[in-house]
Structures are given as C-alpha cells and as structure tokens.
Design a protein. Sequence first.
Length: 239
Amino acid sequence: MSVDPLSWLVSLEGVPSAFAATRDGIDALLRDRGLRRTSPEQTATSLLRGAHASAVLEGSGSTWEEVESGAGDSVAADAVRLSTEVLSQVPVLGRAPLQALARLHAVASATSLPEEQRGRPRDAAAAERLRGLAELLLADTSAPALLVAAVVHADLATAAPFPSHNGLVARAAERLVLVARGVDPASLTVPEAGHLALRAAYESNLRGYATGGDPGVHAWLLYAPEAFAAGADASPLRD
C-alpha cells in the first residue's frame, strides 16, 4: 500500500474545514451562476485577468486596460503568453507533470532566455526538487485538490527551480491543477487575482513556507483558502 504524501497536511488544525468551505463556495458559484451560461469568452477573460494579476505580483507596472489592449510591459506580455498555454497542459499534467511544468516555463521565458535554458531546471538540486513535485502530483492522495494546487504553487514559488519566471510559472501551475483536478474545469475563477487582492499576506506566507518549517507550511495552508475564495469573487461569472 502506498503512503499518502499529503496526509499529514490534511490533519493540520483548521486546514480541512477551510478548504472544504472554500470548495463549497466555488462549487456554488460554478453551479448556480456558470453551468448554464458559461462561454469561451468568460474563460478567456478569466485567463487574461489572471495574467494581469500574476504579472503585477511579478513586478509589472501595467494596468488592466493596458494588458487588455495588448499594450502591457514585457512582464505582462510573458504572463499573457503563458496564460494562453495553461489549458493545453491539462491532459499532460496527469501523465507527465515534469513535461507540463517545463512547457509552462518554456512559454513564459520564450523571449528572454536562450532556447537551451527554457524549460530546464537551473541546477541539479532544482531538478531533484522538480522530480519530487512530479512524484507528488502522480501519487494517490486523499488531500483536496485545492490543497494540492496550493502546495504546488508554494513549492514552485519558493524553490525557484527554473532560471527565471518562477512566480509566473507557480501561479499558472496552480490554475492548471485546479482545472486538471476538476475544481474549476472551465477555468472561470481567477486565483491569481485572489493572491493580488491579499498581496501582503500572500508574500508573507510564501516567505513562511520557505523558511518557517512546519508552522510556515501550516500558515500557508490556512491562507490559501482565503485566496481561492477571493479568486472566485474575481470570476467573470460575478460580472
């Protein structure tokens, strides 16, 4: 019998109930306000909103209006280009997560890194960290999909396994997990916007995840449901 690698996280105080409440809210949004009138245009809007939010978190100074019109800065352009690739990696993630993550980085870095560095870990330790994350994504687990997405995001953002664009890739991977694991199949919530809305807590909790040991991980997992809920509020379904 295989060991569930995330079982210890599910047992942390307050974590199961926080993720369950957030999932209920997302399910209600998608069921009550989305299923009968979801359109490809709404998915495209969600992806573009997510790209803008992720770019701002990465240091972009572009406004939403600039990004929407295609006139954003280089960071925004990278984020938008990445957003157009995320959904194509849904079938890949389930069978070859390393390939999916490498593709996300290759797309994000397409205009800023030489070809031989795109999609490649920055060193042997980073390659090992990515292999561990891939194993986690392929493992059987009873952990809720939202928790898996949060762990993937934090691990990529804090380990920074690629030579560049790790924040953009981490947030894109989080959205990818939410789609691939059935939380948000049409990608209508905007988790990146949730993190931007809670930016101070987002950045603080990522630092805690990186350096704070088990308490830091626990704090991140209590923060993440709040961000996912805020991301649901940013959905075009709320418009």
